[in-house]
Design a protein around this ligand. Structure first.
Ligand SMILES: CC(C)(COP(=O)(O)OP(=O)(O)OC[C@H]1O[C@@H](n2cnc3c(N)ncnc32)[C@H](O)[C@@H]1OP(=O)(O)O)[C@@H](O)C(=O)NCCC(=O)NCCS
Length: 236
């Protein structure tokens, strides 16, 4: 079963294989592959065929054994513009006033809109990852989505220097939240503003990590023109 799976790289934290077909991803495959104890992450580079999908990837690997995320990627010139939405006077992007405000809104929105929904699918390492991210916030560019004078979303980007087997120069969408209570026209307008902001503030490539169970987020990245390039696992 594992004979077609080629190991391509080992880094300090990860072991990386090429995966000929996403359909091969099953518990049995993972347990039969070499995954050294000291490597937190098991990565698979997806095949060209699988990176062309326009559907979210649903893996059938046990979520109680593994936490599974996808890396989505796009050259920024492939990020789609949609049918131009009507501009709304009630919605705009606005810089945060301070790093403290970015930190506060990141923690609050991540808790309410992400942890509350997906906590059971996150690895034990997630809290440490988040803590490390919050200590690095000064390296992040963030913008708030303001609707009717209240913060209804935010996007954050960080330049990635060390990224194995991904094209560079690369910026990473480290956090995105758009309030699901925004009416449809406001959400569509927010999407188009976020798209322009991402293009303006990133280098040639833009990537993101999305939990496999976060289908809404996968669909959003696909809709924007991103495609999945890697799938990776951590032990639960
Ligand atoms: C991810 C997020 C930024 C996407 O923005 P959004 O404004 O919700 O995007 P949309 O409403 O266009 O939804 C994206 C797609 O998912 C679909 N969708 C909506 N609810 C869904 C659900 N519960 N399950 C699956 N798909 C869903 C939408 O119909 C849409 O598809 P379509 O364009 O083909 O109609 C937003 O949902 C969010 O903030 N989520 C919480 C925080 C989070 O998970 N951030 C991402 C971390 S990687």
């Amino acid at each position: 079963m594992t004979k077609n799976i080629k190991q391509v790289e080992v880094t300090e934290t990860s072991i990386i294989y090429n995966l000929p077909d996403i359909k091969m991803l099953k518990d049995g495959l993972i347990s039969n592959l070499k995954w050294p104890e000291d490597k937190s992450y098991l990565f698979f580079n997806l095949s060209a065929k699988d990176t062309r999908t326009k559907q979210p990837i649903k893996t059938i690997v046990s979520t109680d054994k593994y936490s599974c995320r996808l890396n989505y990627l796009s050259p920024k010139n492939r990020i789609h513009s949609f049918r131009a939405p009507e501009p709304l006077r009630t919605l705009k992007l606005q810089p945060f006033k301070s790093l403290e405000e970015i930190k506060k809104m990141t923690i609050w929105s991540h808790g309410k809109y992400f942890l509350a929904r997906y906590k059971q699918y996150l690895s034990p390492n997630h809290a440490a990852e988040t803590k490390k991210y919050l200590t690095n916030l000064k390296k992040v560019k963030s913008v708030a989505i303001i609707y009717k004078n209240k913060c209804a979303g935010m996007v954050s980007l960080m330049k990635i220097v060390h990224a194995t087997s991904l094209p560079k120069p690369l910026h990473w969408v480290t956090w995105i939240w758009i309030d699901n209570k925004l009416p449809e026209d406001a959400r569509r307008y927010a999407h188009s503003l976020v798209r322009s902001w991402l293009i303006k503030n990133s280098s040639k490539y833009i990537g993101a990590s999305v939990n496999a169970v976060n289908i809404r987020s996968q669909k959003w990245f696909l809709k924007m023109g991103f495609r999945p390039v890697r799938v990776f696992f951590e032990k639960m």
